[in-house]
Every structure is written in structure tokens, then in C-alpha cells.
Design a protein around this ligand. Structure first.
Ligand code: SAM
Length: 330
């Protein structure tokens, strides 16, 4: 797998399975819950899915990030049912297909040929063909090729759908132990240090968990820059997810950077997950000073709200203190 640039990024694709046994790319958005009516009460066996007729369109198919057991039934059915699968590296995708007895013809779609191949893919879709796009591993478009293709498909109002499945970003997030409620997937940081630090500065005040792809060779350097630019936050390095030597190392950025500086570049693939800035709790004297300043121009309630926003302290507690400062009883 490799880092990609031009044709990567996030895109919106909508999907729907119709009850007829047809796997149907659609232009209509649906809810996020599994569609029991379409799937049946119990999941259909792989053979049933394999026999379902596929509708024309582009299928964005996620594939395993290591453990082949993570391929979904629907991914196999779609990979079997399409007319052609476009992939980054035919050797890698051929191994996956051989493992599951899928004989669909392969085409190449990667950063170096995308400009030439995209018109041919679009022409095939206009003819009503069924095309799958996969990457070497994980979800296509996520730091992998496909974004411009999806843009072009949407622009022509051709059908596109997604067959969701593994992605290293979400796997690392949920294993990190860091808050998953709000997160930013930041892809790969720039390889050069000055640009990397500038990129990190751009994210430094973001109040969300951040997820970065990184190469093992640059891991220690990136962790050191993160510790420097973002401060010593809680973080995790997820390595070789779903594979034999899966490892998750949780700690603070300074310690993680020191560990990998000492241990050298680890083997395999890594994702770095970094916690949001920790709100430092101001001491009593500082809280009192902030409240007095706020009370000089605001009422008790507004002053408490302002200091709550500034410090992250509970508003009710600040309200009581503000009342006391005004000489009033709560
Ligand atoms: N599109 C893929 C996805 O959805 O997971 C990511 C492709 S990106 C080119 C490759 C990067 O993903 C690697 O450099 C690494 O940061 C991360 N990655 C992929 N597989 C991984 C694994 N099994 N364990 C840890 N990180 C992985």
C-alpha cells in the first residue's frame, strides 16, 4: 500500500438495497440503520447474495486491512457480480479474489493512470456496466484513489453505491481508548518536517480526537512533532491491525515518541490516534479573578456562563461562586 495524493479524499455516495434481490446503486440517501426488510430477518448466505443480480453502476467496495476473514458477504457478492473490478495493484487484489474463488476481470486504477483510465470507466458506466472499485486494503478513497472518479460519476448522475467494510482509521479509533464522540481523520501528514509541523499547528486547537495514517519509518519523528506542536496529550499507536502481530500502544505523546525513538521503526503499518487538548483546570484564585472581571460588566448568570466557557468548569458551581462574590446568598 502507498500514500496517495491527487485522486484521494472523502466523497459522498448513497446506497440502497431493494427487496427484489437486486443490489441497487442509488442516488437516494437512506438512514443509517441496517435495513432489515432488505436483508431479511437473518443475513442471507453468501451463495444467495452471489446469485443476486447486480444493477449497473459503480460499487465502492471495502476489503480487509489484514485479516481476510473481515471481507463482507456483500463485498464478495458484488466482486463476483460486477463486470470488472478496478484496483490499485492487480497482484494484491488477485490474491484476495483467488482466496474466495472470484474470477472477475481486473483493471488498474491508481494515482499514476487515473487521468487516462477514468474516461473509460465513465464510458463503461454509461453503457450500463457494473464496475467495482477497490484499493489494496480497506475502504477506497480513504487516503486511496477514487475521489475524482466518484466526483465525475456524481456529476454525470450515474449510479454509485458503497459496500462498507474495514478501514484502518475507524479500527484504530475504537481501539485507542480515546473519545470517539468527535474525531477528525487527517490522513497522512506531509513527509517534510516543516510542513508537517505547520499542518499540526492547523489542527492544534481542535477539540476532537485526531486520526493520522503514518509510515512506520516516520512514526517516531511524527510523534515527536506532535508532542512539540500539540502538547503532551494522550495518544495511541495502532500497528498491524487485524493481523497476527496486532499491537496497540497507549500513552502520552512524549512517552510514545521516546519509545519509538529508542526502539526504532516498528514493522508493518501504523495509525496514530491523538486525544483532544486537555482543558487544564484553573486554580481557585484564577477562577475568582475571572469571575470578578466578568461581574464588573455582566450579571451573575452571564458572568458564570462566560467563565464556564473559558474554563470548562460547571456553570452551576460558577453561578454559586459568582453569587457569593456579589455578597448574595445562593
Ligand atoms: N484505505 C485504507 C483504509 O481504509 O484503511 C487506508 C489506505 S492508506 C494508503 C494505508 C495506511 O493505512 C497505512 O500507511 C496505515 O497508516 C494504515 N493501515 C492500513 N492497514 C493497516 C493495518 N492493518 N494496521 C494499521 N494501520 C493500517
Amino acid at each position: 500500500m502507498k500514500q496517495t495524493g491527487r485522486d484521494t479524499g472523502a466523497a459522498r455516495a448513497t446506497s440502497e438495497r431493494e427487496g427484489s434481490g437486486r443490489l441497487e446503486p442509488s442516488r437516494r440517501a437512506t438512514g443509517s440503520k441496517p435495513d432489515d426488510a432488505a436483508l431479511g430477518a437473518t443475513p442471507p448466505p453468501a451463495e444467495a447474495l452471489a446469485q443476486a443480480e447486480l444493477a449497473p453502476g459503480l460499487y465502492l467496495v471495502a476489503t480487509p486491512i489484514g485479516n481476510l476473514g473481515d471481507v463482507t458477504l456483500r463485498a464478495l457478492a458484488v466482486l463476483r457480480g460486477v463486470d470488472r473490478i478496478f484496483c490499485e495493484d492487480t497482484r494484491i487484489t488477485a490474491r484476495l479474489l483467488a482466496r474466495f474463488g472470484v474470477a472477475t476481470p481486473l483493471g488498474l486504477y491508481h494515482d499514476h493512470n487515473a487521468e487516462q483510465v477514468r474516461p473509460a470507466v465513465l464510458a463503461a458506466l454509461r453503457r450500463g456496466e457494473r464496475i467495482a472499485l477497490v484499493s489494496d486494503a480497506g475502504t477506497p478513497l480513504v487516503s486511496d484513489p477514487g475521489y475524482k472518479l466518484v466526483q465525475a460519476v456524481i456529476a454525470e448522475n450515474l449510479p454509485v453505491t458503497v459496500v462498507p467494510g474495514p478501514s484502518a482509521a475507524l479500527a484504530a479509533l475504537v481501539l485507542s481508548g480515546l473519545p470517539p464522540d468527535a474525531f477528525l481523520f487527517a490522513g497522512f501528514l506531509p513527509p517534510r518536517q516543516a510542513r508537517r509541523r505547520r499542518a499540526l499547528e492547523g489542527w492544534s486547537s481542535l477539540s476532537a480526537t485526531m486520526i493520522f495514517f503514518e509510515s512506520a519509518a516516520r512514526l517516531a519523528g511524527s510523534l515527536a512533532d506532535m508532542a512539540d506542536v500539540l502538547g503532551d496529550r494522550p495518544a495511541a499507536v495502532a500497528r498491524e491491525l487485524t493481523k497476527l502481530h496486532e499491537e496497540i500502544r497507549r500513552g502520552r505523546l512524549v512517552d510514545l515518541a521516546a519509545h519509538y525513538r529508542g526502539a526504532g521503526a516498528p514493522r508493518g503499518e501504523v495509525v496514530i490516534v491523538v486525544g483532544a487538548p486537555e482543558q487544564s483546570t484553573p486554580d481557585d484564585a484564577e477562577v475568582g479573578a475571572r469571575l470578578r472581571t466578568a461581574l464588573a460588566e455582566l450579571g451573575v448568570s452571564a458572568a458564570a456562563a462566560r467563565v464556564a466557557a473559558e474554563t470548562g468548569l460547571p456553570r452551576s458551581e460558577l453561578y454559586r461562586r459568582a453569587l457569593a462574590l456579589r455578597g448574595e446568598e445562593p
